[in-house]
Design a binder for this molecule. Structure first.
Ligand code: GUN
Ligand code: ZN
Length: 434
């Protein structure tokens, strides 16, 4: 294949470390007039345009953007594909919300044509919002994952997904069995895990909807294949936590259920963790597990406030998740807007550089993909965004009052949404143009 080389000139910003570990100033690189060079789908250079341009051939293809910011693609560490059609379902908290809205909506994915249609809508929506990698829950039906991976493969996206395992406490029309969930997950792993930029996640929905037998087989799958992911929910809602205590009285707590079935580890991502205690955070950190912080969902379902400072104290890996359809936006910018308020309500501060970290490098670290995505460092996949400072009249006017990149970034996260994403690139190819 001939070398395809392209360069993109604009302001460029990326996170290179966690502000909680190195301080804010050392956590990012910003080039006011920057250049990003892409060779065959990978980033080959990043720097000041004035320094890089003389090193490049005179005829290099350069796209120059005015009033725009290039950032890494966003990483959504928790989202449900089959809940695309039920965002904004009124009036319930988690357990009643699942029974009233979620399960009926997910049942439609028994039909492959429906799964294909929604997978297409879902992926377009991710890309419109600047999300280039997501950790995705399918429904209980394997075809939900096949439809998703088929569509993601066409665009060479880096995506992770799994079929929900759920063999009790859900309607009959939506349950598998321990055995069938094992066999169906295995077939999906054989077909998709490691194909192109796709990865598989073993996906027990949450402790209440799996029998001990099913959780045992989920742990067995993880031991049978290298680098598999595990995704589930934990400690989101107080009634849910009480229910887990009733169902698993022999375990010390909610996390201990998953620990007992060997579901913790470096590629395990637990959504929510709103009500985790200190010991549970310590155990998550010790096993290298990660939390997906889902602020719009935690507000919408009335679940509570995630304690980010406690997670930082334990050096726990944290990414950000939309949790659509419990979450109310596909936009990680809007999700960060709500994250800021969660932290405000606890008397602390969420710096815009920490927010940028959560949506990019922090998410990549939670997924153990930091050598491939999450920054714009040379050698990583060219998954990046062009954010438009003039996306709306208010954004345009407000950003003219900003004095530095910290203010600009914070305003982008407060006022920004899908309209802010002018272009999305995946593996160097343009996959969304506003
Ligand atoms: N817990 C178990 N299933 C779900 C779900 O679909 N969404 C959320 N937010 N929490 C869950
Ligand atoms: Zn969820």
């Amino acid at each position: 294949m001939p070398l395809t080389r392209k360069a993109y000139r604009a302001a460029i910003l990326h996170s290179i470390a966690d502000p909680a570990e190195v301080g804010i100033e050392a956590s990012y690189e910003y080039f006011e007039d920057g250049l990003l060079v892409v060779d065959n789908g990978q980033i080959s250079a990043i720097g000041h345009a004035s320094e890089l341009l003389p090193t490049l051939p005179a005829d290099i293809d350069i796209t120059h953007y005015q009033d725009a910011l290039i950032t890494p693609g966003f990483i959504d560490t928790h989202i449900h594909l089959p809940q695309t059609g039920m965002v904004g379902a009124y009036g319930e908290q988690l357990l009643d919300w699942l029974n009233t809205y979620t399960f009926p909506c997910e049942s439609q994915f028994a039909d492959k044509a429906h799964a294909d249609e929604v997978a297409d809508i879902f992926i377009k929506e991710l890309l419109r919002n600047g999300t280039t990698t997501a950790l995705v829950f399918g429904s209980v039906h394997p075809q939900s994952v096949n439809s998703f991976f088929e569509a993601a493969e066409q665009l060479d996206l880096r995506m992770i997904a799994g079929k929900v395992m759920m063999d009790r406490n859900a309607p009959d029309y939506l349950t598998d069995t321990a055995e069938s969930s094992y066999v169906e997950s295995k077939a999906l792993i054989e077909r998709w895990h490691g194909k192109g930029r796709l990865h598989y996640a073993v996906t027990p929905r949450f402790a209440p909807t799996s029998t001990p037998e099913q959780l045992t087989l989920a742990g067995q799958l993880l031991s049978e294949y290298p680098d598999l992911y595990m995704q589930t929910h934990i400690s989101e809602n107080l009634k849910e936590i009480e229910w887990v205590k009733e169902l698993f009285p022999e375990r010390k707590g909610y996390l201990d259920v998953y620990d007992h079935y060997q579901l913790l580890g470096e590629r395990s991502v637990f959504a929510h963790g709103v009500h985790l205690c200190d010991d549970e955070c310590a155990r998550l950190a010790e096993t290298g597990s990660a939390i997906a912080f889902c602020p719009t969902s935690n507000f919408f379902l009335g679940s509570g406030l995630f304690n980010l400072p406690m997670a930082e104290k334990h050096k726990l890996n944290v990414g950000i998740g939309t949790d659509v359809g419990g979450g109310t936006s596909f936009s990680l910018l809007q999700t960060l807007n709500e994250a800021y308020k969660v932290v405000q309500l606890q008397g602390a501060r969420l710096s815009p550089f920490k927010s940028l970290y959560l949506a990019t490098l922090g998410g990549a670290r939670a997924l153990r993909l930091e050598d491939k995505i999450g920054t714009l460092l040379p050698g990583t996949d060219a998954d990046f965004l062009v954010l438009d400072y003039n996306a709306t009249p208010l954004l345009s006017y407000r950003l003219k009052q900003a004095n530095n990149i910290a203010e600009t970034l914070f305003v982008l996260m407060t006022l920004g949404d899908d309209r802010t994403v002018l272009q999305t690139y995946a593996a160097g190819a343009l996959v969304h143009q506003r």
